[in-house]
Structures are given as structure tokens and as C-alpha cells.
Design a protein around this ligand. Sequence first.
Ligand SMILES: [Mn+2]
Length: 340
Amino acid sequence: MINEVQIKEIHKHLEESENPLFFFDDDHDGLASFLLLWRSVKKGHGVLIKGPPFVDMSYIKKIHEYKADKLFILDKPVLSQEFVDQVNIPIIYIDHHKVNKLKGVHYYNPQFNDVKDNRPAAYWCYKVVKQDIWIATVGSVGDYHVPDFIEQFKKEHPTLVPEKLTINELLYNSKLGKLIKIFNFILKCNTSDTMKCIKILTRIETPEEILNQETPRGRFLYRIFEKINKKYEAVYNDAIKTKPEGKLLLYTYAAKDSFTSVVSNEISYKHPDKIVIIARRKDDRVIMSLRSTKIVLPPLIRKALDGIEGYGGGHDLASAANVPEQDFTRFIDQLKAQII
Ligand SMILES: [Mn+2]
């Protein structure tokens, strides 16, 4: 866990900074983490880090652009020493993926003293700011974790949760699940709409404002969600027709939009006994989200990448991989060989 002393340290970094810069991952947990920290101090700027799991060197220029005095990196699985060495302001790195070997970073990760503790970034950010429980719940449940404050959330937002507070009910049978989708989908529209939506989220007061379209800004968010959701449903409705082959359910598509993560979660829920791979062809690469309910994925992926110029990894039951298109079949074959 990230202990109480460390939580206080993060809080101090946040309070001390006059112009913090927040780099955050492009999913519900990254966005929720940013919103929690920003809304508690209302200063600084957020930068959405899209694409691969690492923070690209090109983002360093943002630090100078914004004249930031501290850099917070939220929920990004990979940070390189090379990146850290190029940054001349304090870096506060809050993450819950496999620990990176790094020097010169204020590094907060629950896996430091317990590799099994991978409670989401937003969970820890909530411990720091102690406000906006709904945003913390979106980030946590979206990352497949039922937080210990779920009863409190239920008290404050009774209509958003299902009767049974299990992870699958919360995700697939509640308004909270829809809210998580809203957080994800606004990150998938064009940059200018995404920026507008994030700005609105830094100011919105309640989740009901969005879900029930109670205000013009809530309506705006909801309409953007609906636009992306149409595209999502087209991919999902095609993917759900896929027949599993042995222990594997593989679906490949080539649309412009990236839905692999959200689709794989939902298909895995419908096929809990399969390893689900949702793959998207993009340029000459194939980008995959892999899900399982029992078999631990990262070692499988590592072996499947043997002899391939690709990368992959992530959580035990929710991972990602990226390989050149011409090696995709080989990757799948090398993965299948391990599960049959
Ligand atoms: Mn996360």
C-alpha cells in the first residue's frame, strides 16, 4: 500500500506547488486521478498522454511551455530513466503497475511493499484529497477494483449503484458503469472536444449533472458520449458474434477508433472462461487488449513476443500488447501454444 506518511507527502507536494503539471494516462483511472488532484487545488495544467504505455520524450517540452514547478505523472505504467534525467523539476509519480527501476523520482506505488496490491491510481489520489468520492469511484471501479469507500459512495449516490456491489454488477448493470464509459469515451473524440470535456469535468458538481443532463455542460458531455458510444456499439455488436476457439476468443478489427480495452472488458464478462483478445489493426501494427479471469497474462505475453519486435504487459488479468502486422499470426500462435 501507499502508507499514510506517503499520502501526506503527496499532499504536501501538491500544496507547495504553485504551477503543477499533470501528465495522465488516457483512461478512466488516469483522468479520474488528474481530476481529483486538480479539483483539490485548482491550479496548474493537465496533459493527456495518449498512445503507448510509456511517457514519450516529446512531452518534455510541455514542462517548459507551461513553466511548471512540479510534474505529477499519473497512472502511466512505464517511465524511463532517460525521461527522468531530462526533467529539471521534481517528479511525483503515482502509479499502480509493475514497479519501474528509477532514480530521482518521488515514486508512489502500492506494489513497492506488496506486489499483489494494485489498487488504482485514483484510489490513492482520493486518499490524498479526501473529496469527490464519485470521481474516485469511477477511476477505481473502471480499473476492476471495488474500493473500501463504496458504501459511502452508495450513501451519497444511491441511484448510481446496483443492489449487489460486486465488480461486474457495478460495471455492467449500473449508472456508475455508464459514467465510467463516459469518462473513457470523451478521451476518444477529437482533441478539441476532449479538451473541452476535460475542462468541463474540472468544474462539474455532481455525476447526476451529466447522467441526467441536468445542466448545459452536463448535456454537452452526454452528447459527446453518445456520439462515440454509437461507434463503440458497432464494434461491440460485431465482436460479440465471435466464436471462441478452444480457450481463446480473438476478434480483430480495423476501424479508426480504439475501443479494444472497453470491448475486451465487456466480452470477458460475457465469456469468463476464455482468454479474450481484441485486436485493432492500425498502420502496420496490431494493438491488442487481452483479458482473462484466471490465467495470469503478462508471462504468456512475454513468451508470445519471443522473436517479435513488439511490446506488451500490464496487470495479471488485464494486459495490452503491440506487434508489427506481419508478426501478428506468429504472436497468436505462440500464445495459443501455451494455453492448449
Ligand atoms: Mn490505472
